[in-house]
Design a binder for this molecule. Structure first.
Ligand SMILES: CC(C)(COP(=O)(O)OP(=O)(O)OC[C@H]1O[C@@H](n2cnc3c(N)ncnc32)[C@H](O)[C@@H]1OP(=O)(O)O)[C@@H](O)C(=O)NCCC(=O)NCCS
Length: 400
């Protein structure tokens, strides 16, 4: 590179690709004030559409008619059960899950990879095969999560032959498979809405990963495994688990009586002084707030207010009060808003979902977005291959 070219490249370098337009999509638009899935705004979808409808919208490209929805829903139900080899793998990995050398996100990634080996369409990247694979992945991800949790808890696998209960919708069935108890309508609806909020978000890190992989003309299962690996990280989807772990840490330190007191301010000040990143806060695009967050916060808080459970040994509302205090301090001191992962952590905790399954549940939702993007990439492909600026040693002779 000449000096002039190197200087121009240095000037154009955007760390973390911030602000760089890296593609075009008809699936989703992410702006500061709006999140749109194929023309429909997220508040509208959260209020009126089920997750199954949202997934159809993303994957097929339009709002389903009543007959399309009925066919789509029964196709999803029919695809829920897992092949025996995947169940066998899940059983085999329980000791690693218990030892902590594997976490549910890793296990889910491998299980999805095995699904690929067994999928008759695995090596076929045509639009029709990709849609069939998307449907199977969407249907089976909750079954993997449910079976895995049963095995961790040491209970018999719930609904192994059919992948749960065919009479239950996607979200209700996920909760049923994880616990063996059929959830009430409010729990099912709140989980369903959280799946819709998590379903899609244009070129976030994991979706970008799936598109980079798909753009080499690699297969959908491979691309999705890459997406799961990317989503696991705490700066991305893993933040919903880490946000709750952080709240537990604060609660341990200040106690329920400390909520609203200067003890929380002191805890936060220590975090700021040590430059600790507070999980569930901040966003690359939404610098003035993530509009998915208040939707989920309101729903989660309302569940907590009606709940008699004592998650983590404290009243469900205590966790929300603590979360709200932390949010207030973050905004006052740092001008940083919560992202959707913050209320997600609180809401799933209130629902009694084990923390290490929060990000796998995010996968169950984002699968719809990833597969839509993989299909869009395959339909109009060009290899994704950016440049970098070399900052290594100058050229030298090996035998010099
Ligand atoms: C999401 C995230 C990775 C975006 O990162 P980004 O666009 O690269 O933003 P930066 O990390 O450059 O942040 C800009 C400034 O805000 C601070 N900041 C951003 N998020 C912060 C957080 N969660 N806690 C504390 N400080 C934060 C940074 O330290 C930085 O401060 P500085 O300029 O004094 O160094 C970042 O906000 C983060 O790490 N959040 C926590 C993880 C999380 O919740 N992820 C889920 C995202 S949906």
């Amino acid at each position: 590179m000449t000096t002039a070219v190197a200087n121009a490249a240095q000037a154009a370098l955007a760390r973390g690709l911030e602000g760089i337009v890296a593609g075009e999509t008809s699936i989703c638009s992410v702006e500061q004030g709006k999140l749109i899935y194929r023309g429909y705004e997220i508040h509208d979808l959260a209020e009126h559409a089920s997750f199954e409808e949202t997934a159809f919208l993303l994957l097929v490209g339009h709002k389903p008619s009543p007959s399309e929805l009925s066919r789509w829903t029964s196709e999803l139900v029919a695809e829920r059960a897992l092949p025996a080899a995947v169940v066998e793998f899940l059983r085999s990995v329980v000791p690693s899950l218990k030892a902590g050398t594997a976490v549910p996100m890793d296990v889910l990634r491998t299980a999805v990879s095995i699904l690929g080996h067994l999928d008759p369409d695995c090596q076929d990247n045509s639009a029709q095969a990709n849609l069939r694979k998307s449907r199977r992945l969407l249907a089976r991800t909750p079954t993997i999560i449910g079976h895995m949790q049963n095995l961790i808890d040491g209970r018999p696998i719930v609904g192994q032959d059919k992948g749960g209960d065919p009479m239950l919708g996607h979200a209700a069935n996920l909760l049923y498979m994880m616990t063996g108890t059929k959830p009430g309508p409010e729990y099912a609806r709140v989980l369903d809405i959280s799946l819709t909020l998590y379903a899609e978000h244009d070129l976030n890190a994991s979706t970008f990963t799936t598109r980079v992989i798909a753009a080499t003309l690699s297969d959908m299962h491979g691309a999705v495994c890459g997406g799961i690996a990317a989503l696991k990280g705490s700066l991305h989807g893993g933040a919903n688990e880490m946000a709750m772990e952080m709240l537990k840490e604060i609660m341990r330190d200040v106690g329920e009586t400390g909520i609203g007191s200067p003890a929380v301010d002191d805890w936060m000040q220590r975090a700021f002084d040590t430059k600790r990143k507070l999980m569930g806060f901040g966003h690359r695009v939404y610098k003035n707030g993530d509009h998915r967050a208040p939707i989920l916060h309101k729903l989660g808080r309302s569940l907590a207010e009606k709940d008699t459970k004592n998650p983590g040994g404290h009243a469900a509302t205590a966790w929300f009060r603590l979360g709200e205090h932390v949010q207030k301090i973050m905004l006052e001191k740092k001008k940083i808003h919560p992202n959707v992962d913050f209320p997600c952590g609180l809401t799933y905790f209130t629902m009694g979902i084990p923390v290490p399954q929060y990000t796998p549940i995010f996968v169950a939702a984002r699968m719809s977005g990833w597969c839509s993007h993989i299909m869009e990439q395959h339909a109009n492909n060009r290899l994704i291959r950016p440049l970098s600026i070399y900052s290594g040693p100058p050229e030298q002779k090996w035998n010099g």
